[in-house]
Design a protein. Structure first.
Length: 588
């Protein structure tokens, strides 16, 4: 189905032609002055140059030619040359009925799906998940769902940080604590134990201890670097211990992502890139791209149009060790071989922008990916506390994700208990669902690239532009529909009727933007557009609800139309929150 704006543009373009002007001037947009009209066309201003005529005259000609067009109830040409358009209720309801009957509400999905990889999450194994990883998970999950809903073939890959110094640090610290372990005996030739020599709790204690000590103790740090090197070289004891760290960490990560309603199709990591590195580096050398500079191996990626200095992309350090760029490039080799994606979307902190620019340019230049493979980086801003500084615990430490989630669950639980008489178990379960919406909506409603302030009080409020407000609206609709059913009504068979007043018209006007909004959110990788849409829909619904007595309405035909409208509002809201990665309870 055409989006409503495209549909209107098509019609207005035809009228421009009828009035003797080029149809390309007929572009219709949402009105800047919703108090005057719902849509507008500014084409007359641009046409004025071509036709050497005052814009308002052109607008006037078009308005005259529009006479008799049923879809507008009012068309006016206003100075300096706008066309203000007020749309008819019949047309709107007709459009909404078509949406209701169409697959995915008439969204223009892709007939030929693109293969897309979304690289998000990116936690570092054995380091506790912290709030910085929260954004990648939340935004990435939404982006993935939106890409998929548009009809693409999408794979989400967590891309674990499992290959860096943190793994070596853990081994060094463990050697200090448990030197007798067979993993540390270079002459050991038996089978390593099946059971891991530590629990997750111990692991969480080991990493910070090791990291702190390495900052003060040079020798310790060198030992950790050597351990890292030995893992990467494949020394058997190190590899076996590395595997144990993975075995203990991954179930714990899964548990945390489950709580966030985030899931990955692939649980690959930086280490999976290793088998591709040597051949890739050879190719870069023999292709004449990589050269030695101060002992390191680099590829130039400067472009003539650069306005700032772009340093060469480093492929190997002087000691032959690989870097973050190396693993990302080799991961592209892996993905091309196993998935062959048309497009890759990376979601990470925006401070990694230069890293990704280097990787993308280098990959294109050296043929690691095809020239037409789309490489996108969605860099997100920092999540700050109320003081405007990066979010910390009350004590000033790094906030662990689990702690944060528990705090919000608790706050939501308190609010739900305060509001109603509900039993403990139900309140707990509901609190979890609403808390998830509070966190995710609080994050996603901001443009991803911007920093934002994580404000628990605001995010958990049932009023204003928040997740709980959206859920509350959905629950309210569910409750009306249930009551209607209980009193013998049939929601499924109810059909839309003509809008009867300004409040139901206003609701319909919001709902019909669905296709436009989803397409825009996909093209711009902008989940916040879906948030604004559902906020507008929720507001329009609530005004409608307060102005009309739906269940008490005596005109049964009118009531049925409203019930159908409610049903559709609920479906569209639920579809949108599912794309954003949360869901609504039945009651709250
Ligand atoms: N592990 C990285 C970090 O914590 C994020 C990984 C992002 N993805 C990637 N392909 N580099 O900063």
């Amino acid at each position: 189905m055409k989006t409503l704006l495209d549909e209107l543009t098509l019609r207005i373009s035809a009228v421009f032609e009828k009035a003797g002007y080029d149809g390309r001037y007929g572009k219709v947009t949402l009105s800047n002055r919703p108090d005057l009209c719902e849509f507008q066309c500014n084409g007359a201003m641009a046409a004025a140059k071509e036709y050497k005529k005052a814009p308002v005259m052109i607008a006037g000609d078009v308005a005259a030619a529009l006479e008799g067009e049923q879809i507008f109830i009012e068309v006016s040409a206003v100075a300096p040359g706008f066309l203000n358009l007020k749309i008819s209720k019949e047309f709107l309801v007709e459009y909404l009925s078509q949406m209701a009957g169409a697959d995915k509400y008439g969204l223009n999905t892709f007939d030929i799906p693109k293969k897309i990889v979304v690289d998000y999450g990116g936690p570092n194994v054995a380091k506790p998940l912290h709030v910085g990883h929260l954004r990648s998970a939340i935004i990435g999950e939404a982006v993935k769902r939106i890409c998929r809903y548009m009809g693409n073939d999408v794979t989400g890959d967590i891309h674990l940080g499992d290959w860096g110094l943190q793994m070596g640090l853990i081994m060094t610290e463990l050697r200090k604590r448990k030197p007798y372990l067979s993993y540390f005996d270079p002459d050991f030739s038996g089978e390593y134990p099946e059971e891991a020599p530590f629990s997750m709790e111990e692991l969480e204690d080991i990493y910070p201890a090791a990291s702190a000590r390495s900052k003060e103790d040079e020798e310790y740090k060198n030992e950790a670097m050597n351990d890292t090197f030995l893992i990467q070289q494949g020394e058997p004891g190190h590899v076996a211990l590395w595997q144990q760290i993975m075995n203990v960490s991954i179930p714990d990560l899964k548990k945390n992502y489950d709580k966030l309603n985030v899931s990955f199709e692939l649980w690959k990591g930086e280490s999976d890139a290793k088998p591709y590195i040597a051949e890739m580096v050879e190719g870069m050398k023999s292709g004449g791209y990589a050269y030695e500079s101060d002992g390191a191996l680099v590829v130039d990626i400067k472009e003539d149009t650069d306005t700032k200095e772009v340093p060469p992309c480093m492929i190997l350090k002087s000691d032959g060790a690989s870097l973050y760029t190396t693993t990302d490039l080799a991961t592209l080799v892996d993905r091309r071989k196993n998935i062959d994606p048309d497009k890759l979307i990376y979601i990470a902190d925006k401070r990694q922008e230069m890293h990704f620019m280097q990787v993308f340019r280098c990959a294109k230049k050296t043929g690691v990916v095809d020239k037409d493979t789309e490489l996108d980086f969605l860099g997100f801003g920092t999540m700050n506390g109320k003081d405007g500084k990066p979010f910390k615990t009350r004590e000033g430490g790094v906030m662990r994700l689990e702690t944060l989630l528990d705090e919000i669950d608790e706050e939501m639980y308190r609010k739900i208990r305060d509001n109603h008489e509900v039993d403990e178990e139900e309140a707990r379960a509901t609190a979890k669902i609403v808390a998830l919406a509070a966190i995710k909506y609080g994050d996603l409603s901001n443009q991803a690239t911007k920093d934002y302030i994580f404000d628990i009080d605001k995010f958990t409020s049932f009023e204003g532009n928040t997740g709980p407000y959206i859920l509350y609206t959905i629950v309210r609709i569910k409750s009306i529909l249930n009551k209607f059913t209980e009193s013998g009504g049939d929601v499924k068979s109810a059909g839309l009727r003509e809008a009867v007043n300004e409040t139901d018209k206003a609701l319909i006007l919001e709902l019909v933007k669905f296709g436009q909004v989803i397409e825009g959110a996909y093209e711009e990788l902008a989940p916040h557009k879906i948030c604004s849409y559902i906020y507008d829909v929720a507001n329009a619904f609530n005004s409608f609800y307060h102005e009309n007595r739906i269940l008490g309405e005596e005109d049964k035909s009118r009531q049925e139309g409203w019930i159908a409208l409610l049903g559709l509002t609920k479906e569209l809201l639920e579809t949108c929150i599912e794309l954003l990665g949360f869901y609504a309870p039945d009651r709250m």
